[in-house]
Design a protein around this ligand. Structure first.
Ligand code: ADP
Length: 491
């Protein structure tokens, strides 16, 4: 049974900023409101952090970085992370419910993230004691020992989106704790609660005050953080346009920056593929989280001999997906996060037919009963899409799949790569040669063969081209929170 009671954290009280281990109001006294994507109800009033609050948080993070936290040994940081993992697991249902209620992720999908969250936190715990430099030979004329030290990069400003708040918070805070950095986290204005609660659990786990700070607010709060001169690194996940603004803002103090941005990922189904396996994966590769996923396989290329068959199969699968309130365990398709997102997705629903695409299923809002309080869009499939259509080029971030026919391997790879994005890609075939060619030639940071969407904390994830730079997952994730010092000692 899935527990659907209200999480204790939604208690009707205004949510304050978390700075230096204290809950504090914004200095301006300003607040903003967060509403449930599913029911439209007010979820919480939240403190609206201004530049002066961001400054307070950065100062606290700097003091903590230089203070007691800097003396925590790797094994102590590991112990903190393991305690955090236990606390998060004990409270997992409540944490997941915060996302269900606030941003509308269907409850069954939200509960399914438990294992991944645990694996991630335990992975970061393991990483804490595995950080190491190298001893390097050199050809200097006198005897000098040369080696590297890995040191935490310092104060991290992390800005996260609303589509996976709990998970995003964990993948930003985890490496910070593993490496000995400190953080000022800016959650998305539509989904601040699970990151706030996660940060409180960090304190309960024994993370010293000031190591993990949370400033809630909208774009301006994020902009103040990205421009703050005493932030050493920005870790951002979100849209390409906002990422570009952050890169520009960070240039003033030459911050280290990692960017996990959007995508328009190709998912390629060859005629020889296991079509029974490809059908649900191709559909859920787009419709998962109502399409609000950066790595969604929204350009679905299908080889011509099976094109119409697959269009019909995927459409039938999509039409059967249960649309409903986020708290209903049967629901697969929940609401879009906000009216703003609905307006954006709707504009593409209108555009598809205008551009000449064939609407096979969906294409409309779903209303009636409980669904009148939010913004549901039926899983939508456009067929006969061509490469130059805007629906095939722009990230929609909604439950909209574009299915395009192709005739050959070379052709489809060229077309798959004809995008400014490069976050992910999928390939479906029984021919290992074709699969390996596609793996090699698709310019994207993750490729799934006969699968779509696997993620693990041990495996890097991130973008080629305008989908960003830096990796989350794997050794590079940890490395992005470290810097390297070269040391020379006369022997
Ligand atoms: P969306 O438009 O879908 O909300 P964004 O990429 O704009 O996606 O949002 C991701 C995160 O970036 C959110 O936390 C948001 O508040 C923040 N953000 C928005 N604008 C800016 C900005 N100019 N500078 C820094 N952060 C921003």
């Amino acid at each position: 049974m899935i527990e659907t009671r209200r999480p204790a954290f939604i208690d009707g009280k205004p949510k304050q900023l978390l700075i230096d281990g204290q809950h504090v109001d914004a200095l301006s006294g300003k607040t903003f409101q967060s509403f449930s994507a599913s029911t439209g109800e007010l979820v919480a009033d939240l403190a609206l952090a201004g530049a002066e609050d961001v400054d307070r948080a950065v100062r606290a993070a700097r003091a903590a970085f230089e203070g007691p936290w800097s003396r925590f040994k790797p094994a102590e940081r590991q112990a903190v992370l393991l305690r955090l993992a236990d606390l998060v697991d004990a409270e997992f249902q409540d944490l997941a419910l915060l996302d269900v209620i606030e941003m509308g992720r269907p409850i069954t999908a939200a509960m399914g993230l438990r294992g991944m969250l645990q694996r991630s936190l335990r992975h970061f715990a393991g990483a804490a004691t595995a950080i190491h430099g190298e001893t390097l030979s050199n050809s200097f004329p006198v005897d000098l020992l040369s080696y590297t030290l890995k040191e935490p990069v310092g104060v991290v400003g992390a800005i996260i989106p609303w589509n996976g708040p709990l998970f995003s918070a964990a993948w930003k805070i985890g490496p910070v704790l593993a490496t000995g950095c400190t953080i000022v986290l800016k959650p998305a204005e539509d989904a601040s609660l699970s990151p706030l609660r996660f940060a409180e659990l960090c304190l309960e786990a024994g993370v010293p005050p000031g190591v993990v700070n949370v400033v809630t607010g909208a774009g301006e709060t994020g902009a103040a953080l990205s421009a703050h001169p005493d932030v050493d690194k920005i870790a951002f996940t979100g849209s390409c346009e906002t990422g570009q603004r952050i890169i520009a803002a960070s240039a003033g103090s030459v911050k280290k920056v990692t960017m996990e941005l959007g995508g328009k990922s190709p998912n390629i189904i060859f005629a020889d593929a296991d079509l029974d396996a490809a059908t649900p994966a191709a559909a859920m590769g787009v419709f998962n989280n109502s399409g609000q996923v950066c790595a969604a396989g929204t350009r679905l290329f299908v080889e011509r001999p099976v094109y119409e068959e697959m269009v019909q199969r995927i459409a039938a699968f999509a039409a059967n997906l249960k649309i409903g309130p986020s708290l209903d365990p049967e629901t697969v398709i929940g609401p879009l996060v906000s009216a703003k997102q609905f307006a954006r997705v709707s504009s593409y629903l209108d555009l598809g037919p205008q551009e000449g695409a064939r609407l096979v299923t969906g294409g409309h809002r779903v209303t009636g009963g409980a669904l009148d309080q939010g913004h549901w869009v039926a899983p939508t499939i456009f067929a006969d899409v061509t490469d130059e259509m805007r629906i095939a080029r722009e990230e929609i971030f909604g439950p909209v799949s574009c299915i395009l026919p192709f005739d050959s391997l070379d052709e489809v790879i060229g077309r798959a790569n004809a995008t400014r994005f490069g976050l992910a890609g999928g390939v479906w075939t029984r021919d290992i040669g074709k699969a390996m060619t596609a793996v090699k030639r698709i310019r994207a940071g993750s490729i799934w063969v006969n699968h779509y969407f696997a993620m693990d904390p041990s495996v890097p994830f991130g973008g080629y081209k305008m989908s960003g730079y830096g990796r989350e997952g794997g050794a590079e994730h940890i490395d992005a929170y470290l810097q390297t010092k070269g040391v020379w000692i006369r022997t």
